[in-house]
Design a protein around this ligand. Structure first.
Ligand code: SF4
Length: 392
């Protein structure tokens, strides 16, 4: 579990394993054997891999290692949701969440310790950024979920059928590691997940979306959260660099490159008084006219350090109906794992912040709390403060 310079077999895709074995003068099929041992049988001890000759096992032990991140805590929600705290090489703690449903089990995986993008409605963003996760730390989250669910022992009542790269971090800012981890997740000799059931969720890193088609054919979700550039730039600073039109152009390019008919999911976190107006829904319907897509509404999940509020259920219903009348398929994400801090947007872990952003947010939050008290005396309402406190 410590960092060494030996290649980590748990973080090598089939192509990388084949290259490793080619360097050792071994046949390519060794790559498939290793993938199956680690990712299908859950074996981390090279000595147990008995269909590999003793000599080669000895050679592998000298030249490589098998190392996964550590699981520090395992939380179970009343609704069945599981959350695990994972310690990564940098010493930071990230979180992964398993959401069991009647017909599927979704694992929400982290790609970075913290995040540099600072979306104002996201707890991870307020932690600042610490490090990119390695391939083994990303794919290893799926290994651990399978371990805890009893998959390796063949006694699982629930299984991971879907993976969403929607945990902590912007996956496309850790591009190479995420691509290799996806390749392991989708490899038939490893986890064998379908391309339709593995989703990259991005805030819209346009140059990375443009490159995506050369590396994967996984599904795509876009964190849009606003129907125009002015509002999106206020809640998602990345929009200043990659405005909506460029993001949608890039997404369309990726979808066109896929060999089957799939549409992206547009994620829209609804925040009371910020982006939940009927007019925002109408604007969104017009904005997405040219992009076949599904829309997923996520009512904001409150967390400390944020003054944002959850929208009322009537405004969520109105918003959904406007989009549905405009012809869109719309889902509203049910809050899961709220009692263990596992709901969407609430993941924080324990990140050693390299950017000092967490300090800035704590200071700003304290000032906002003070201002609220004063505002309550003077204006008798804190609503406007709540809306603007975290705007950037
Ligand atoms: S929503 Fe995603 S991209 Fe934005 S700050 Fe949170 S983790 Fe980063």
């Amino acid at each position: 579990m410590t960092a060494t310079h030996k290649p980590n077999l748990a973080g090598l895709s089939r192509a990388k394993l084949r290259a490793l074995f080619a360097d050792m003068g071994e046949k390519p099929f060794r790559a498939e054997q290793i993938l199956k041992w680690i990712h299908q049988r859950g074996v981390l001890d090279i000595d147990v891999m008995t269909d590999i000759s003793k000599d080669l096992r000895e050679k592998l032990k000298q030249t490589a290692e098998i190392s996964l991140p550590k699981i520090l805590e395992d939380f179970k929600s009343e609704d069945g949701t599981r959350k695990w705290i994972v310690e990564v090489t940098s010493g930071s703690h990230v979180e992964m969440v398993f959401i069991p449903e009647a017909r599927r089990g979704t694992l929400c995986i982290s790609s970075q310790a913290g995040c540099s993008l600072d979306c104002s409605f996201c707890a991870t963003g307020k932690q600042g950024f610490n490090s990119n996760l390695t391939v083994a730390e990303i794919a290893g989250q799926l290994w651990w979920a399978n371990y805890h669910l009893g998959v390796f022992e063949d006694k699982a009542e629930q299984r991971v059928s879907n993976v969403v790269m929607m945990g902590m971090g912007e996956p496309l800012l850790n591009f190479d590691h995420v691509m290799d981890a996806l390749s392991i997740m989708m490899d038939d000799c490893a986890y064998g997940l379908s391309k339709r059931k593995v989703t990259i969720s991005t805030s819209g890193v346009v140059p990375a979306i443009d490159r995506l088609k050369d590396y994967t054919d996984a599904s795509l979700a876009i964190s849009l959260h606003a129907p125009n550039d002015e509002l999106r730039s206020q809640i998602m600073p990345i929009n200043n660099k990659y405005p909506i039109k460029e993001v949608l152009r890039s997404v369309q390019g990726y979808m066109d490159s896929l060999s089957d008919k799939r549409v992206p999911v547009i994620e829209y976190t609804m925040i009371a008084g910020v982006n939940d107006h009927r007019q925002h829904a109408r604007e969104l319907a017009v904005l997405l006219e040219q992009l076949p897509c599904k829309i997923n509404i996520i009512p904001f999940n409150p967390f400390s350090l944020s003054d944002y509020r959850r929208p009322s259920s009537s405004s969520v219903t109105n918003f959904r109906q406007i989009l549905q009348k405009a012809g869109y398929t719309v889902t509203v994400r049910t809050t899961r794992g709220d009692d263990i801090g596992a709901a969407c947007g609430q993941l924080v872990g324990d990140v050693e912040d390299q950017t000092r952003r967490s300090e800035r947010h704590k200071r700003r939050h304290a000032e906002s709390e003070l201002a609220k008290k004063d505002g309550a005396k003077v204006f008798g309402s804190t609503d406007n403060l709540a809306v603007t406190a975290d705007r950037l």
